[in-house]
Design a binder for this molecule. Structure first.
Ligand code: AHM
Ligand code: MG
Length: 358
């Protein structure tokens, strides 16, 4: 039996909650991300190993970024590079590192033909010598960059599409700008007090915690479902003066006496989404005066998280339409985002739709 990763006495701890005991048993069974990938591939032999290669390279890049994030303060990796990205934001040193780590991990493995990144103005088409593959990879390599320098949780968000053009031919922008209904896998990695990858290949959502002592992700959160109870809302209330009356009315409603809601907002979408996914909650970022289309990016922020939310039994809209039915018209297109437990998401969306009609 594997020794990984806990001392036997931990199991004898009568005070340990059942959930903790269950997690330790999962760890002892040693269900690694690698094994999960192998078993997923066996269930889909049509993928010819390329999908597994892709997931393994994502895992590698995540571990590289995790290691770098953990040591950033020691390596002089805080702060910006002096460059400004296509979003008009200063590129942080870790943004650049994460962007390159994922591109380098993926471009030569024969599984990806194009990579779209928040940090790059245009798509990166994989050189032909690397046998450009059958998948398209879209990512925000390091979401929540403003939290880097304060050691608060940040993360990588990604979505995978199957290319539409034939393999072996040059890929194009039409392979990248696809509706969310065509996503074949999506996930994120949170670099927080621990590092965790949350992944869906379209058959539910599973969470894997990185054991840094062995450099491997282990299944720690199998079959994640949003809790039916939803009493957390995440919104930047500093923009309240930009909200429409219907939106403001809904927020005032949850704050009314006796409603029992709490507000939680980290300012890293990936971290706010992760907490809400595990505890039950709703994240809202509507259009504002500063960002009339919304701030968050459809292709590599909203769409992957919408895929995960739906796979976990939740919902995601832009305030009017289901996010997964949207197709970006540009790489860096922005959107409003209301995401989390389906009850409150549908409630806010119904109010906003009615407001639009009136
Ligand atoms: P980033 O991708 O450049 O880090 O920006 C996106 C981030 C999200 O992670 C977060 O939800 C949002 O911006 C916070 O914005 P604000 O500071 O306006 O509340
Ligand atoms: Mg981001």
């Amino acid at each position: 039996m594997s020794e990984h990763p806990t001392a036997p006495e931990a199991h004898e701890d009568a005070a340990m909650p059942p959930e903790g005991r269950r997690r330790l048993e999962q760890f002892e069974e040693g269900i690694t991300l690698d094994r999960f990938i192998t078993e997923t591939a066996q269930a889909h032999p049509e993928n010819k190993g390329k999908f597994s290669a892709l997931l393994r390279q994502i895992s590698l890049a995540s571990r590289l970024v995790s290691a770098r994030v953990n040591r950033a303060g020691l390596l002089g990796m805080f702060g910006d590079t002096g460059d400004v990205n296509v979003q008009g934001e200063f590129v942080q040193k870790l943004d650049e590192y994460a962007n390159n780590a994922f591109k380098r991990a993926l471009d030569h493995a024969g599984c990806v033909c194009a990579i779209a990144s928040e940090e790059d103005e245009g798509p990166y088409y994989v050189p032909e010598r690397f046998h450009s593959g059958r998948y398209v990879f879209c990512m925000d390599p390091l979401d929540g960059s403003s939290n880097i320098d304060v050691n608060a949780t940040i993360g990588t968000i990604f979505a995978v599409y199957r290319r539409q053009s034939p393999e072996g031919t040059p890929a194009s922008i039409d392979d990248i700008l696809r509706p969310g209904t065509e996503i074949v896998a999506a996930g994120y990695v949170v670099y927080g007090s621990g590092t965790m990858m949350v992944l869906s290949t379209g058959e539910g959502v599973n969470g894997f915690t990185l054991d840094p002592s062995v450099g491997e992700f282990f299944l720690s959160h199998p079959d994640i479902r949003l809790k039916p109870e939803c009493k957390l809302y995440s919104v930047n209330e500093g923009y309240a003066s930009s909200w429409t009356p219907a939106f403001r009315g809904w927020i005032e409603g949850v704050k009314a006496p006796g409603q029992g809601w709490s507000q939680r907002y980290i300012g890293s979408l990936v971290a706010d989404f992760h907490r809400n996914l595990l505890k039950g909650g709703i994240f809202l970022y509507p259009p504002t005066k500063k960002n009339p289309e919304g701030k968050l990016r459809l292709l590599y922020e909203a769409l992957p998280l919408a895929f995960l939310a739906e796979q976990a039994g939740g919902a995601a809209t832009n305030g009017h339409q289901r996010i997964l039915e949207l197709c970006p018209d540009a790489l860096h297109a922005r959107t409003g985002l209301i995401i989390g437990n389906s009850g409150p998401v549908e409630e806010v969306t119904a109010l906003l739709r009615a407001e639009l009609r009136s």
